[in-house]
Write a protein of this length. Structure first.
Length: 285
């Protein structure tokens, strides 16, 4: 799954979709295979986490209110971001931009544009020798409002999205192949309940087969605007669900960029367990 607001009047990195955040987020899509009805161990993956949260926005690191070489932080209106989500059976990358007319750290209308692409694989039975491979791409736009206060913020976004999927070989049970248009919405929140503590929450939903994504993070500020802590993620649609438990590093300084990284355990609805890795880069102009 990126967000439009920040901690301590700073802007956070997008999380997945209308924003970016992978969470890490910024479109996430992958396990989203339409109404696939394979066997109990179909291996449906989570490329969709990206299409669902990266394209809608997320919460992550804080970007401090301060002067920079380019312009005062409060005058910056554009946020560029990229994000990546990788598991054993899928990978998805997204890029995007957000626009805040009133400037960073202010309550304001907000808009976002995102695009992404990736692949996923699945099979009808756990021990089937042949895999189905799919390529997926999509884009979306969104508009909404961001409510900002010094210690907390809430952003609401909604808009249309389009995606296209291509399979390596015909699969009558996969209704997601081809081009589809859907509506999406997202709610993104952050708060600093105590000094050096950042808490974020993000929920998004789409009419792409009932796709939904949720993420919660709580972190400690180990260095200025660099937070470390646990994250909890849930992803699902009409025929699939998974949970993620991991550790996240948010707001790592990388020259003029900021970076996010999350690693952890993925628990799929079919009982399988494996790992996941998400990351992202962002910069405000």
């Amino acid at each position: 799954m990126a967000s439009f607001q920040g901690a301590g009047r700073g802007d956070r990195a997008p999380q997945s979709g209308f924003g970016n955040r992978v969470d890490v987020g910024p479109i996430r899509g992958g396990f989203r295979r339409g109404r696939v009805r394979p066997g109990p161990a179909s291996g449906k993956c989570a490329l969709a986490p990206l299409l669902a949260s990266i394209v809608l926005a997320g919460a992550a690191a804080a970007d401090p209110l301060r002067q920079t070489e380019d312009a005062p932080f409060a005058l910056r209106r554009l946020l560029y971001f990229s994000s990546l989500d990788v598991t054993r059976d899928n990978a998805y990358a997204a890029v995007g931009m957000r626009f805040v007319p009133a400037g960073a750290g202010s309550s304001s209308l907000i808009g976002a544009v995102t695009a992404g692409s990736g692949w996923y694989r699945y099979r009808r039975r756990r021990r089937a020798k042949r895999w189905f491979h799919a390529a997926i791409g999509g884009a979306g736009i969104a508009a909404g409002y961001r409510f900002e206060r010094p210690r907390y913020g809430v952003t609401v976004l909604a808009g249309p999205a389009v995606e296209h999927q291509t399979l390596s070989r015909p699969d009558p049970g996969n209704a997601a192949e081809g081009t589809r248009v859907a509506a999406r919405g997202a709610l993104d929140t952050w708060a600093k309940p105590a000094p050096r503590i950042l808490a974020t929450g993000y929920v998004s939903a789409s009419t792409f087969d009932g796709l939904w994504y949720a993420r919660a993070f709580a972190g400690h500020e180990v260095r200025p605007d660099l937070f470390v802590g646990p994250e909890f993620v849930g992803i699902g649609n009409d025929s699939y669900n998974e949970r993620r438990i991991g550790a996240a590093l948010l707001g790592a300084p990388l020259g003029r960029l900021r970076g996010n990284l999350s690693v952890g355990l993925r628990l799929r609805g079919d009982g399988a367990r494996d790992g996941y890795l998400t990351g992202g880069l962002w910069r405000r102009f």
